[in-house]
Each structure stands twice: as structure tokens, then as C-alpha cells.
Design a protein around this ligand. Structure first.
Ligand code: CU
Length: 266
């Protein structure tokens, strides 16, 4: 077996030290969580500690703004990090162009990085690649913008179908709570339905955004005047589907639906 300057154990056997160090890091993590403010956007600090020739944590889940601290005090290690794995073998004390966060050769006993960009980062000790390797998964961060989107609705619907069965609309939502979905006509299209020329709502429903982020709504015309107009429709009328919701802020989406009436008389 090769006898390197950092011990002759194969990397796998370093795991003996792993079991002993986990409770310490778990306690450290729990202590940090307890100190963190209750706000959901609070930045966290994650700890990774060298335990022999492995890191005690190899998968860190972080949010944009979080910091990860690596501790290799007492060991001959360094920490290199990049978003792509190193090409080929890494040299002793050589990050091969990746970012060096700290090295025992420079008198460091660890390193740290605050993540401002989401992505998957790979960290490793260049002396003990590939045994000392792990990933930091950095996600999103910050409140997302309110969003709604009409995902599916018939592009065309027969006036008869709208009267009898209604119109199913599937939408997606994020960071909104309540709102309305309505089907309306204006101008010439309202006239075709014998509804004057103003904006007339044909069907309307209250919607709320659940944890699934999906809304399925059945729109049915309830107004008698609208029903009579749909029965009398000749040719096509263009209608609009408007989804308006709000949460931290307003969000809306618009889609078109063509309503087909009876054939025009010649
Ligand atoms: Cu190392």
C-alpha cells in the first residue's frame, strides 16, 4: 500500500472516525438553528467537519444567502469548491483552477463560503480526493413573486357545451391566496350574444390557491340573460378568460376562448 505523508489508511477506513464526530456536528447544527431568528428568510450557517480522511457531512442543503463553514483543524486538509467536478485527478494542495477556501498549508484550520447563487456545488479536499468530497445544494432564496397561470382551458367551446357542462379551467398559482376566474366578452362579441357592447361577464368563480399550487375550476353561466344569449349565438364569439389573484401582490393571467354558436343562416 502507498504510504503517503498523511497516513497509510485507505480512504474508506477513515469512516471509523465518522461515527464519533456526527453527534457533535448535529449538536452544533441544532444550536445554530435554535439561535436563528424565526423568520423563514433567516440565513443559516452549515457546518462540515473533517473526520479523519472524510467529511462528516457530504450533502449540505442550503438556501441562497446561507454560509457553509468547513473545519479541518488539526488535519492536513484544504477545501476547494466549484460547480463542476474537477477534471481528472487533483494534485496535493492544488485546486486545479477551482476556488480555494482555505488550506492547512496557509495556516488555515478551515474555510467558509456564503452562497449568493443557487446551484449544486462540489467541495473537496485536494489532498484526499475523492474520499473527501461532498456537495452543497443551494436553492432559491427570498420570497418568490406572486404568480398565476392559466395552464389549460378549451381554446374553443360550443355554446351548448358551455351551457350544459360548463368550462373546465386548470391553473397554477404561487404565493397568492384568493381571487377570481371569469369568462367575459366585450364589444362586437358581446353584441353577438345580444348582451350590448359593454364588458359582460358570462361566468365567474372564486378561486383559492392551495398548497398543491394548482387550481381546477368549473365555470358555468348562471345569469339568465347570458344563458339566453348563448342559446341564440350564431357563428363565433371571442371571449376572454381572466384569472386575477393576490397575495403579497397582485397577479393575473389572460387566455382566449372562442365560443361557437349555431351555424349562421344563409
Ligand atoms: Cu484532506
Amino acid at each position: 500500500m502507498r504510504k503517503g505523508p498523511f497516513g497509510s489508511r485507505p480512504l474508506g477506513q477513515g469512516r471509523g472516525a465518522l461515527g464519533a464526530s456526527i453527534p457533535i456536528s448535529v449538536l452544533a447544527c441544532a444550536a445554530l438553528l435554535a439561535l436563528a431568528p424565526a423568520s423563514a428568510s433567516a440565513q443559516e450557517t452549515h457546518q462540515v467537519t473533517a473526520a479523519g480522511f472524510v467529511w462528516d457531512t457530504t450533502e449540505v442543503e442550503a438556501t441562497v444567502g446561507d454560509t457553509v463553514e468547513w473545519d479541518f483543524s488539526g488535519g492536513a486538509h484544504d477545501v476547494c469548491i466549484d460547480v463542476v467536478p474537477p477534471e481528472g485527478a487533483t494534485g496535493f494542495g492544488d485546486c486545479t483552477g477551482d476556488e480555494l477556501l482555505g488550506s492547512f498549508e496557509d495556516g488555515d484550520d478551515g474555510g467558509s463560503k456564503t452562497f449568493d447563487t443557487s446551484g449544486t456545488y462540489l467541495y473537496y479536499c485536494s489532498f484526499h480526493e475523492t474520499g473527501m468530497r461532498g456537495t452543497v445544494e443551494v436553492e432559491g432564496g427570498g420570497p418568490t413573486d406572486p404568480q398565476v397561470s392559466i395552464e389549460s382551458a378549451a381554446k374553443q367551446i360550443k355554446a351548448r357545451t358551455l351551457l350544459k357542462k360548463g368550462l373546465w379551467v386548470r391553473s397554477s398559482c404561487a404565493d397568492v391566496e384568493l381571487g377570481t376566474l371569469e369568462l367575459y366578452v366585450t364589444g362586437n362579441h358581446a353584441r353577438k350574444l345580444s348582451l350590448g357592447k359593454k364588458r359582460v361577464v358570462l361566468a365567474k368563480a372564486n378561486v383559492s390557491c392551495g398548497p398543491s399550487g394548482e387550481i381546477t375550476t368549473l365555470l358555468r353561466p348562471t345569469n339568465g340573460k347570458v344563458k339566453r344569449g348563448l342559446k341564440k349565438l350564431r357563428g363565433k364569439a371571442r371571449a376572454s378568460l381572466l384569472l386575477e389573484m393576490s397575495g403579497e401582490g397582485p397577479a393575473s393571467d389572460l387566455a382566449r376562448v372562442v365560443i361557437k354558436g349555431k351555424k349562421r343562416k344563409r
